[in-house]
Design a protein around this ligand. Structure first.
Ligand code: ARG
Ligand code: ZN
Length: 878
């Protein structure tokens, strides 16, 4: 291994408060075509109780230090120590001014961390540790300072110059250059700093807060995207209103700016007053964006806006606390999406994502608690566990405390810790105190890794009308922890009578029955809960609303599942029953144990959903979609993605053929009439019609194939166009070639849409998809420097097309490893993410394991590997 020191892990247990505080930072940027010069002047003081001899440490990376002054005096080379990680000064006064001059090269910064260029403009990404690539600074979230930023650049090339806070001054700098000055009144950690310089179109609007203040809203995009910001603007206004109405939180600056950039490592960033977004989550127009894209824009706009309190006003003490802001903000984002649309559909989609992205992570060598205990590279911990399992943990607080107490607790937390950098414990204690509850055991959700199993057994005593649930829990060992202690798990249950009615529930010891859903609190490794007053044995509806991020085990028979799918009054549990039924049938088929009766039962159940008199089209579309391959694979050991694909496709074909006339009816009936609209009816109609079209694409009938082609060529919106294109991309015929070519010609100049063209091909079920992907990475429009394009090809293939990626030949693995190595030299953050599918090798058979480990080893052996990729491959091979 190269340079052992560089690979040192940072540990939570080593946390020390900062030795120096920075009161103010005054930044001056001089931007030119070949470099940027940054002059930083800051006022520091020694923190209370810190020893006089404690040296000053500043982080700094990929910087050229040009000058350093302490209280106005230039420091000589032997007054300080300079390393690749930063700078230390041995002796400093208690209070002093430090001025640092650095030179950087944003033009060559392909890591997209720090100051870099995207599409001819300058922009920044500082979370988690990008600010140290701009200047020497204590770049840690618990150092909060007041920032002033002056930017000087060529006026013609960069008419727009932005930073955090309020624009206070501007002027001419001579030689065709101009300058502006921004002041951010709110103290903030360096990770929330942002700067943008460019030639950008601005879409302006205003928002009046509930206290009557007018806030300027500004979206900055490249000129060709000027007409695609309307939806993001509306979403922002909705989010601002929602946070006032739901949490009583009002925006705290006069301007809220969002800039969209085409080169971005993640989704978006909540910099104070100046969010920077991946174009993917800002731009949307009916011709270019699908309904799902529109929804994602609304969700991410909401997410970053909600960070203004949960993240910015109250931030994290250290990066181990990342879920303090991310779990809570994802949960708030989820609540917002539920309120803007259908709560049940949202919940189903959240659980699908948790199961396909987080469960596998929790069962892999990369598994870590929601609050990790060590890391080599923090960027590797912006994970499904920290974000979405973190949000599930917040949801459980909400379930245990109830909505009113939860909201009161969050408000109290935000008031108590306003302007501070705090911990997950601070949040938990505030909520426990507000609810008057002991949530001590609940803390294990933050410290223990792995997905708990909850096993339910039941018994009915007809003589006494008593029904008892025996509920037990366990959690499998993970690489970091062999033994787990019991979790505090809210298990929401309901009981259905044989007529399908939800029963009123009375637990032992209660005098009256109340409600049809009860939250049982499982805290021991095994407990029982008895319901009284039942005339007959009920059918249990368990883990309603997915009340905890666990794997539920209960021996339903197929008839029970069909019954629940038809009758359960909890929409999530109803959907879940259908999924479990389909899952079993597919797995039996994989094992060669399918009986003809199996498919008949699924066909019948699906037919019932389709013909239900009260059909809700968007819920039906969820119920009629078969479980995802990634989820199916979790129920097979070792997993065989090729066999799973074959079995799932076979069932799909049977459903397609058996219900062909129903699919055709559904398609005709629900496909919205008239011009495109983005309202709930039209969205739901398109969703169900496109699901039906998906089945029709599998009937094999010429008339249905024709329908797919027709939809592609006639569509007036991207949802319909892409749905048809994806079906065509699975085929090998002339029509498929024509459509793909047409789409390319039409959209080759529109990067976000061209990403879709790459993605449908990388994810296609085409028999020679691996060859196709090999061609796609040679395509002139493929570019390793653009993360969206990399995700659209490499990510879509390795994560979204398991049967192809795990092709027996091992070609998929080799292709991935080769690109991880090449990409690591360009963008380590994205490279490390792309490598993750290989980390899951334990799940597969011996031959695949061997090939996957070989590729991991090949990556590990590559020269000058980044910390990011090193951490992923070394943990995977441990
Ligand atoms: N805080 C951002 C969000 O979730 C994510 C930025 C993370 N960026 C990174 N390079 N790790 O809203
Ligand atoms: Zn976030």
């Amino acid at each position: 291994m190269t340079d052992q020191k560089q690979r040192k892990a940072v540990k939570l247990s080593d946390y020390e408060p900062p030795a120096f505080e920075v009161e103010t930072v005054d930044l001056h940027f001089q931007l030119t075509e070949d470099c940027a010069r940054v002059r930083t002047r800051m006022h520091l003081h020694r923190a209370d109780g810190v020893d006089l001899h404690e040296p000053l440490h500043l982080h700094g990376e990929a910087l050229e230090l040009e000058a350093l002054y302490l209280d106005g005096q230039p420091l000589a080379m032997d007054d300080f120590l300079l390393t690749r990680q930063g700078l230390s000064i041995e002796r400093v006064p208690d209070r002093f001014e430090l001025e640092v001059h650095t030179l950087l090269r944003p033009q060559d910064n392909t890591s997209l961390s720090g100051l870099y260029r995207s599409g001819g403009n300058f922009c920044t990404q500082c979370e988690a540790e990008g600010f140290r690539r701009i200047t020497y600074f204590p770049d840690r979230p618990d150092v909060l300072s007041r920032f002033t930023t002056t930017i000087e650049a060529d006026r013609q090339r960069y008419p727009v110059l932005l930073s955090n806070g309020d624009l206070v001054d501007s002027g001419d700098a001579g030689e065709g250059r101009h300058w502006v000055k921004w002041v951010d009144p709110w103290p903030k950690p360096s990770y929330l700093f942002a700067l943008v310089a460019g030639d950008l179109h601005c879409h302006q609007d205003t928002y009046r807060t509930r206290s009557g203040r007018d806030v300027q809203l500004e979206f900055y995009v490249e000129h060709e995207n000027a007409n695609r910001t309307g939806h993001a603007m509306e979403s922002l206004k909705k989010a601002m209103r929602w946070d006032e109405d739901t949490y009583g939180l009002e925006y705290d600056l006069d301007t809220y700016m969002v800039v969209a950039v085409g080169d971005f490592n993640m989704g978006a960033m909540e910099n104070k007053g100046l969010n920077i977004f991946n174009t993917q989550y800002v731009l949307a127009s009916p011709e270019t964006a699908t309904d799902a894209d529109f929804e994602a824009v609304e969700a991410v706009i909401g997410h970053e806006y909600f960070h203004n309190y949960t993240g910015n006003r109250v931030t994290c003490r250290d990066w181990f606390q990342l879920s303090l802001k991310e779990g809570l903000t994802v949960f708030r984002e989820q609540q917002f999406s539920e309120d803007m649309g259908s709560p049940a559909v949202q919940r189903i989609q959240q659980v699908r994502l948790l199961r396909s992205a987080q469960f596998p992570e929790d069962a892999s060598p990369m598994a870590h608690p929601v609050r990790p205990e060590s890391y080599v590279e923090i960027n590797n911990f912006y994970t499904a566990t920290v974000y979405i399992k973190g949000a599930e943990v917040i949801r459980m607080y909400h379930t245990l405390l109830g909505d009113a107490v939860f909201r009161q607790g969050v408000k109290r937390y935000l008031e108590r810790f306003d302007g501070q950098a705090v911990t997950i414990e601070d949040f938990r204690q505030t909520l426990a105190e507000t609810g008057g509850r002991d949530l001590g055991q609940f803390g294990r959700w933050y410290s223990q890794t792995g997905t708990p199993r909850v096993r339910v057994r039941d018994e009915f005593d007809p003589a006494r009308g008593r029904y008892t649930l025996h509920i037990s829990q366990s959690c499998p060992p993970t690489p970091d922890q062999a033994e787990k202690k019991p979790f505090h798990i809210p298990v929401a249950v309901g009981l259905l009578g044989r007529d399908g009615q939800a029963l009123s529930l009375r637990l032992s010891g209660e005098s009256v029955a109340e409600g049809t859903t009860r939250v049982l609190e499982l805290t021991g490794s095994e407990q029982q809960f008895t319901f009284e007053g039942l005339a007959e044995r009920p059918v249990p509806s368990l883990l309603r609303g997915f009340s905890a991020p666990v794997i539920l085990e209960y021996d339903y028979d197929d008839d029970d599942l069909a019954f629940l799918l038809a009758h359960d009054n909890d929409p999530f549990a109803r959907w879940e029953a259908g999924q479990q039924l389909a899952l079993r049938v597919i797995l039996r088929r994989v094992q060669g144990q399918a009986s003809p009766n199996d498919s008949r039962q699924v066909i019948q159940a699906f037919q019932q959903v389709l013909e239900a008199p009260d059909l809700d089209p968007s819920l039906a579309a969820e119920a009629l979609a078969l479980p995802q391959e990634a989820y199916l694979a979790q129920h097979m050991d070792p997993a065989d993605p090729v066999a799973i694909r074959a079995a799932r496709e076979a069932l799909r074909t049977e459903l397609a053929q058996a219900l062909a006339s129903q699919w055709r009816d559904t398609y005709r009936r629900y496909r919205p009439e008239g011009p495109w609209r983005l309202d709930a009816d039209h969205i739901a109609g398109r969703r169900l019609a496109n699901l039906a079209l998906g089945y029709l694409g599998a009937t094999g009938a010429a008339e249905d194939n024709g329908l797919v082609q027709q939809q592609y060529h006639r569509a007036d919106n991207m949802t319909d166009s892409l749905a048809a294109l994806a079906l065509l991309a699975d085929r090998e015929d002339e029509a498929a070639v024509t459509a793909l070519d047409d789409f390319y010609q039409r959209w080759r100049q529109t990067p976000l849409v061209l990403d879709k063209w790459f993605r449908v091909q990388a994810m296609s079920r085409h028999p020679r998809v691996v060859e196709r992907v090999q061609a796609l990475v040679q395509h002139p429009d493929f570019d390793l420097r653009n993360p969206n394009r990399v995700r659209a090809v490499i990510g879509a293939f390795a994560q979204g097309n398991p049967a192809a990626f795990h092709d027996d030949s091992g070609t998929g693995y080799r292709l991935l490893a080769a690109h991880v190595i090449r990409l690591d030299a360009i963008n380590p953050q994205v490279a490390a993410r792309m490598a993750l599918p290989l980390s899951k090798w334990q799940r597969y058979d011996a031959s695949r394991q061997k090939m996957m480990k070989n590729e991991l080893q090949r990556i590990a052996d590559a020269p000058s590997l980044s910390n990011d990729v090193y951490e992923v491959v070394s943990r995977s091979l441990e």
